[in-house]
Every structure is written in structure tokens, then in C-alpha cells.
Design a protein around this ligand. Structure first.
Ligand code: NDP
Length: 283
């Protein structure tokens, strides 16, 4: 069993609709490039079967797996422990075998943070965050752990926005407020980083974020979690005003890098992952 095709390890992705996941192409390209005889398998798991699937993955020696909606919260009772940010946000998207334990991590926000850190040190910065769903929550928690000074959450639903601002103030001890989003939101003076963490713009290149573009100032970082199209309308308009745009593909690629690091211990080549992802997404 020691020939080149022996599978040292398996990792997986558990989602409800498993077809056509470009993450598979990205992770397997990393394994191939680094000569790792690993596989990353995409499996459709229904909510009712989640516990059995996790026990099965453990029994079969999986080194870990990703999980996506609707499993990010409900997977937690089936795990042996949680990393710091996964515990704070109450959601897991990456499970890692450590010894005999399956530990839940969350790479959504960490992927964003790594992408951001390539162009800006978040420490002490003031942030406007559009959205309060899963991606926004993950990003906000990682930004708080990385030492941002303040986060203004702007969300359509008041309850979700208020809940996130409370979490940031009470559990992570940073300045946080929330605004109900109505009309074109004006970015306050002194803001360093603006983030769209809503789904506005996903597969909709013409979609416009309700934002007063005149309040974007040169030098601000303007980031979008939307990864398709890679250059959203928000990013194009921000770049035209002298802001520094940050696309959602970087966040996705860094999530892939973090997963491979967690599972295998090696740091994969980012360019290989990005090229595989863009090719799988037809970009
Ligand atoms: P959720 O459904 O958890 O949250 C969606 C958020 O978008 C909510 O805050 C919702 O507001 C807001 N929203 C949606 N439509 C509108 C609208 N028309 N006007 C105002 N607000 C709106 O989704 P996720 O957080 O999981 O995902 C959000 C986006 O992030 C998706 O596009 C997803 O593809 C992307 N993503 C990107 C990743 C990457 O690696 N680049 C990783 C993970 C996600 P409300 O609370 O009022 O409903």
C-alpha cells in the first residue's frame, strides 16, 4: 500500500446540495501541486443524517471536512470541541482531526482577515460592515480578535444587526453599533474599512449596494465578500474613487489555504489555488 496512489488521508465537504463545488477543484489542485496523495470529496448530507455522517467520517479516518449551510451550527453537538472564533460565532465550517478529536474551526472570517492583511493592518481601525448574516458574523468576530477599534454594523433586519453588535460589545469588548439600513447609507468620516458582507451583487454584476458613493474617500479599503463576479460593481466604483478594492475571491482562496494548513500542516501555494478556483468558476 505504499505506491504513489495510496491515499494517505481523506478530507471532505458536507453540504446539502453537493453538485459543482469549485472548492473541490481548488483543494485538489493544492494536493496535486504539493505531491500530497490526499483526496477532497464532496458529499451531499441531509440534516437528518449529519450525526451519522460525522461519526462515519471519524470511523473512516477522515482528517477533517468542511461543512456549509445548513450544517454550520447543527454540526457543533457532533464535535469534540471548538476553536476560539468558532466558539465566539457559534458556527463551524471546517473540522480538523486533532488526535482522536474532531475540532470545529471557522475559516470564513479567517480567510477574509488574511486577504485583508495583505493590504491593510486591521489593528485600531474603524469598520463599516454591511450585513449581519453568517459571513458578516464570521468576519466581525475575526476583525475583533485582530484588534479593530470599532465596527458599525449596517443591516436590513434590525434584530440580526443588533444581535451582532451586542456580541461584539459584550463578548469581544470592542466598540460596536448597529444601524437599520434604509436608503443609501453614508459612510461616517474616520472610517478605514468598508465591507459588503451581504449577498447583494452575487451573480448580479449590475446590482448596486445602497451606499452613498460620495462618502467613499480615497485610500479607504472597500471589500466585497461576493466572489462572482470577482470585480463587483461596488469594487469598480470604489476603485474609481481612489479606494483600495479587495475582492471575495481572495477570501475564498485563503479559506482553502487555511483548510489545507489545518489538515496537512503544509502551507500551499496561493497562486495554484486561485488559478484552480478561477478556472472551475469559469472566470
Ligand atoms: P446569510 O443569508 O447568512 O446573510 C445574508 C445577509 O445579506 C444578511 O445580512 C441579509 O440581511 C443581507 N441581504 C441579503 N439581501 C439583501 C438585500 N436585498 N438588501 C439588504 N440586505 C440584504 O448569507 P451569508 O452571510 O452566508 O452569505 C452572504 C454572502 O457572502 C453571499 O453572497 C456568499 O456567497 C458570500 N460568502 C463569500 C465567502 C467568500 O469566501 N468569499 C464565504 C462565505 C460567504 P437580513 O439580515 O436583513 O436578511
Amino acid at each position: 500500500m505504499s505506491n504513489a496512489h495510496f491515499l494517505h488521508s481523506l478530507v471532505g465537504s458536507m453540504s446539502e446540495g453537493a453538485a459543482g463545488n469549485p472548492t473541490v477543484a481548488m483543494i485538489e489542485a493544492a494536493f496535486a501541486h504539493h505531491g500530497l496523495h490526499w483526496r477532497y470529496l464532496n458529499m451531499e448530507v441531509t440534516p437528518a443524517d449529519l450525526g451519522s455522517a460525522v461519526r462515519g467520517a471519524k470511523a473512516m479516518g477522515f482528517r477533517g471536512f468542511n461543512c456549509s449551510l445548513p450544517h454550520k451550527v447543527t454540526v457543533i453537538p457532533h464535535l469534540d470541541g471548538l476553536g476560539e472564533s468558532a466558539a465566539a460565532m457559534g458556527a463551524v465550517n471546517c473540522v480538523v482531526r486533532r488526535g482522536d478529536a474532531f475540532i470545529g474551526e471557522n475559516t470564513d472570517g479567517k480567510g477574509f482577515l488574511r486577504s485583508l492583511e495583505a493590504i491593510e493592518d486591521p489593528h485600531g481601525k474603524s469598520v463599516v460592515l454591511f450585513g449581519a448574516g453568517g459571513a458578516a458574523r464570521a468576519i466581525a468576530v475575526e476583525l475583533a480578535l485582530a484588534g479593530v477599534r470599532r465596527i458599525n454594523v449596517v443591516n436590513r433586519s434590525e434584530a440580526r444587526g443588533a444581535e451582532l453588535a451586542n456580541l461584539l460589545r459584550e463578548r469581544l469588548n470592542i466598540e460596536a453599533a448597529h444601524n437599520v439600513w434604509s436608503g443609501d447609507h453614508a459612510i461616517p468620516a474616520g472610517t478605514d474599512i468598508v465591507i459588503n458582507a451581504t449577498s447583494i451583487g452575487l451573480y448580479a454584476p449590475e446590482a448596486q449596494l445602497p451606499l452613498d458613493l460620495a462618502t467613499l474617500r480615497p485610500g479607504m479599503v472597500v471589500a466585497d465578500v461576493v466572489f462572482n463576479p470577482a470585480r463587483t460593481r461596488l469594487l469598480a466604483e470604489a476603485a474609481a474613487r481612489g479606494c483600495r478594492p479587495l475582492d471575495g475571491l481572495g477570501m475564498l482562496v485563503n479559506q482553502g489555504i487555511l483548510g489545507v494548513q489545518y489538515w496537512t500542516g503544509i502551507t500551499p501555494d496561493a497562486a495554484v489555488l486561485r488559478a484552480a478556483l478561477e478556472s472551475a468558476m469559469g472566470l
